[in-house]
Design a protein around this ligand. Structure first.
Ligand SMILES: NC(=O)c1ccc[n+]([C@@H]2O[C@H](COP(=O)([O-])OP(=O)(O)OC[C@H]3O[C@@H](n4cnc5c(N)ncnc54)[C@H](OP(=O)(O)O)[C@@H]3O)[C@@H](O)[C@H]2O)c1
Length: 318
């Protein structure tokens, strides 16, 4: 995988989704680069609105685009808001990628997800396993929309020579995560649940499933650093996974979150709840060949995430 240097210095850089967990981490990371940051709030430009997106790009003409806006959520959100997940994510990808092409953007990074890989693909998940088998049904609408975005970036590269690249992050967590009681991802859900249990003095916390599945987690600040690194060094049609290359059982992970939060009660496992796939780990060898590795340990990252949770909108005890 050859390194293809791309100069960010002096460029106008648009971060789509700048108020989100990854988008805000990208703003923090890009503040260390000599770039002109461009953002626009959703109430001014809804990225699902084609005319608004095309007009805004025609006016602003960003030279570099990080496409980190998406309709995002955990398993419950994906399983129930199926129409919103496919419509919003298709519309955002189609509008932003086409507008970037029309307005002459020099480079664009599309953020996909590890959900695009087949449910039963071999572990660790290699980038070339995309479209080799059926998807996990619960998040199929989201995954199909993400695959469409990847294929758009690839098609614009092949037809127009656009330098559009796609990256596939693992499970992310960190400041600005979504702590919605039903629609959050596992890290935010556990932080919230253990925090509430500690405050309420609860004696037990039930974690969904058997605790045996293995998952990989990457801090949003590492994610942002990897994105900036790849923007500067990678050009190609192939996907690049972004993760740590290490996984942990949900049981061990829950124990780590409980320790960090200071929850001293018992952790039980609600085996009536689904486990999902037994392991989800990304093969990060392409990323490592391009010269990047995660630096934030899971323990430090969780401490930082919990501090941000406490500083942000602490959830009242129930
Ligand atoms: N979180 C994960 O574990 C994870 C894992 C793999 C991949 N990813 C991918 O990483 C990217 C960033 O995810 P995230 O976790 O940062 O999500 P997030 O915190 O939910 O942020 C998403 C951002 O997109 C914006 N957005 C959504 N719909 C929009 C619309 N119609 N118009 C304008 N803005 C819109 C949101 O704006 P508002 O703030 O105004 O709502 C928000 O700023 C996404 O592409 C996601 O698919 C995330």
């Amino acid at each position: 995988m050859a390194i293809v240097p791309f100069e960010l210095r002096g460029k106008s850089v648009y971060v789509a989704g700048h108020r989100g967990m990854v988008g805000s981490a990208l703003l923090r990371r890009l503040a260390r680069e000599d770039v002109r940051l461009v953002t626009v709030d959703r109430h001014e430009v809804d990225l699902c609105n084609q005319a608004a997106v095309f007009d805004w790009f025609a006016k602003m003409r960003p030279q570099v685009v990080f496409l980190a806006a998406a309709k995002v959520g955990g398993i419950a959100a994906n399983a129930t808001l199926r129409a919103e997940f496919i419509y919003d994510n298709l519309a955002i990808a189609a509008n932003v990628i086409h507008a970037a092409h029309q307005s002459g953007a020099e480079k664009l990074m599309f953020l996909g997800s590890s959900c695009i890989y087949p449910k039963l693909a071999a572990q660790p998940l290699r980038e070339d396993s995309m479209l080799t088998g059926p998807l996990e049904p619960t998040n199929e609408p989201y995954a199909i929309a993400k695959i469409a975005g990847i294929k758009m970036a690839e098609a614009y590269r092949s037809q127009y020579g656009s330098d559009f690249i796609s990256v596939m992050p693992t499970n992310l967590y960190g400041p600005g995560d979504n702590y919605h009681p039903e629609y959050s991802h596992v890290v935010a859900a556990l932080i919230r649940r253990f925090h509430e249990a500690k405050v309420a003095g609860a004696k037990t916390v039930a974690v969904w499933g058997t605790g045996t599945p293995r998952r990989e987690f990457l801090h949003a600040d590492d994610m942002a650093d990897a994105c900036v690194h790849l923007m500067k060094t990678y050009s190609g049609a192939e996907l690049i996974n972004i993760g740590t290359g290490e996984d942990i059982t949900i049981a061990d992970f829950a124990g780590m979150v409980a320790d960090i939060i200071g929850y001293r009660g018992e952790i039980t496992f609600d085996t009536a709840r689904p486990d999902g796939t037994p392991q989800k780990l990304l093969d990060v060898s392409r990323l490592e060949r391009l010269g990047w590795r995660a630096t934030i340990s899971l323990e430090d990252g969780l401490k930082r995430a919990y501090e941000a949770f406490l500083a942000g909108a602490p959830v009242p005890a129930q």
